[in-house]
Structure formats: structure tokens, C-alpha cells
Design a protein around this ligand. Structure first.
Ligand code: UDP
Length: 238
């Protein structure tokens, strides 16, 4: 590990929205390529990186359910959306010269590997970036919970949540101009004040297993590597 990296192994959570760029839907190839370069720069620090990708840029179960679909079926569609995003990120990472594996919580052997924890750890030891797809594999969950679960399973020393803003605020800074940004919070603060960071099950899993969550703005070039070095603007929850 490079001397100034604060972490040895991190999980990066990227929402579907984070892959959308300025589009209203789907994937923006330039944004996906930029994220791949950000991941490569952290790998170059000698830090193990694994990723969980969301699917909200393509399909969210809750929206399908709102239109009358059975929730479990709609959630399965949402999980399939995350697989598409994972394959796009894999493609961009490999094009950037980073060796990767995609592991899906829903087995689809002709597309990618199935999630096998010990195998994923072996990939990391060989320097590969493992991208976890299909969330937890269960309906009624989110990819935030999947990120917390995989971070714990993989022995990560932090979960880095790529956000649209540079940390956690007292209110939505895009709507409330005098919203206060926090440098650091406890898990208890987040749960008790119902701060919009990640869903409560993700926060609880990280709290129980002592995995800090770092929220930062992925739109800033170089931000991922800066945060891994403990620099720049972010909120740490521990
Ligand atoms: N999903 C699910 N189980 C999981 C993870 C995700 O059913 O363990 C479904 C759910 O329908 C969700 C969709 O996949 O709406 C996309 O994930 P999410 O909304 O978490 O993506 P993000 O908001 O990060 O883009």
C-alpha cells in the first residue's frame, strides 16, 4: 500500500444516477470512462478496490410497483439493470487497462461469475477489481444495503459512497441554500436524525461491523484518490 493511502481495501458504491452524466436515463459512456480512470488511479495507489453499482438510471423496482407491477418482479428487473451497469463499468475498466471480474448475486453464468466470497477475495489478492452486480440478489433490498454487505464480507476498511454532492448535509443543499455540511458524523447521528445518506439497513450493517462510510462527490476529477488519501472534501461516518 502506498504510504499516504489511508485504506488498504475499499468498496466504492456508485449509484445508477452516477453513471448517467447529464442524461435523463441510461448510461453516459464518457462518465463511465471517467469513473473507470478514477478507479484506476486508486488501484495505482496499491489499494484494493471493489465496486457495487446501482441500477436507478435504468429501472427501480419501486417505480415499477407504483405502476401496478408486483414488487418482487419489479425488483428483479431492477437487479438486472445493475448487471447492465456492471458490464458497462467492466468494459470501461478493462479498456483503461484494469483487470476486472463481475460477480452477480443472481447467477447468470454465460454473462459473468456468480458471487462467491472467497473467490472474490482471491481476485482482489491478484489485483483485480471486482464489480458486484444484482445487489443482494433479493427483492425489497437496495444496492446501498448490498454495498454495506459486500464491504463487510470483503473485509473492506471503508465504504466510499460516490454522491452527487461533497458530503452529508443537514438538508438537501440543492434546495436549502444554508444547509450545513458535516465533516464527520456518528452512525447514531445518521440514524437518529434520519439523514439521507444510505438506507437504515446499510447504516446498521456498517455500524455493527465497524466499517466507516465516506460520502464524497464523484463529479470532481481525482476526488476518489484524494478521499482515499484522506484529503479533499467528504463526510466520514464512523
Ligand atoms: N434491487 C433489489 N435488491 C437488491 C438491490 C437492488 O431488488 O438487493 C433492485 C430494486 O428494485 C432497486 C433496483 O434494484 O430499485 C436498483 O437498485 P438501487 O435503486 O439501489 O440503485 P441506485 O439507486 O443505487 O441507482
Amino acid at each position: 500500500m502506498a504510504s499516504d493511502a489511508k485504506f488498504r481495501r475499499v468498496l466504492l458504491k456508485i449509484s445508477g444516477e452516477g453513471l448517467m452524466g447529464s442524461r435523463d436515463y441510461g448510461l453516459d459512456p464518457d462518465t463511465v470512462d471517467r469513473i473507470a480512470r478514477e478507479v484506476r488511479s486508486v488501484r495505482e495507489l496499491g489499494v484494493d478496490v471493489c465496486c457495487v453499482v446501482g441500477g436507478g438510471n435504468i429501472f427501480r423496482g419501486i417505480s415499477g410497483a407504483a405502476k401496478g407491477m408486483e414488487r418482487a418482479a419489479a425488483d428483479n428487473m431492477g437487479m438486472l439493470a445493475t448487471v447492465m451497469n456492471a458490464l458497462a463499468l467492466q468494459n470501461a475498466l478493462e479498456a483503461a487497462g484494469v483487470e476486472t471480474r463481475v460477480q452477480s448475486a443472481i447467477p447468470m453464468p454465460s454473462v459473468c461469475e456468480s458471487f462467491i466470497r472467497r473467490r472474490a477475495i482471491r481476485h482482489q489478492e491478484k489485483g483485480r477489481v471486482v464489480i458486484f452486480a444484482a445487489g443482494t440478489g433479493n427483492p425489497f433490498f437496495t444496492t446501498d444495503t448490498a454495498a454495506a454487505l459486500r464491504a463487510v464480507e470483503m473485509g473492506c476498511d471503508a465504504l466510499l459512497k460516490a454522491s452527487q454532492v461533497d458530503g452529508v448535509y443537514s438538508a438537501d443543499p440543492k434546495k436549502v441554500p444554508d444547509a450545513v455540511r458535516y465533516d464527520s458524523l456518528t452512525f447514531h447521528d445518521v440514524l437518529a436524525r434520519d439523514l439521507a445518506v444510505m438506507d437504515a439497513s446499510a447504516i446498521s450493517l456498517c455500524r455493527e461491523n465497524n466499517v466507516p462510510i465516506v460520502v464524497f462527490d464523484m463529479h470532481q476529477n481525482g476526488a476518489f484518490a484524494e478521499v482515499v488519501r484522506g484529503r479533499g472534501r467528504f463526510t466520514i461516518i464512523k
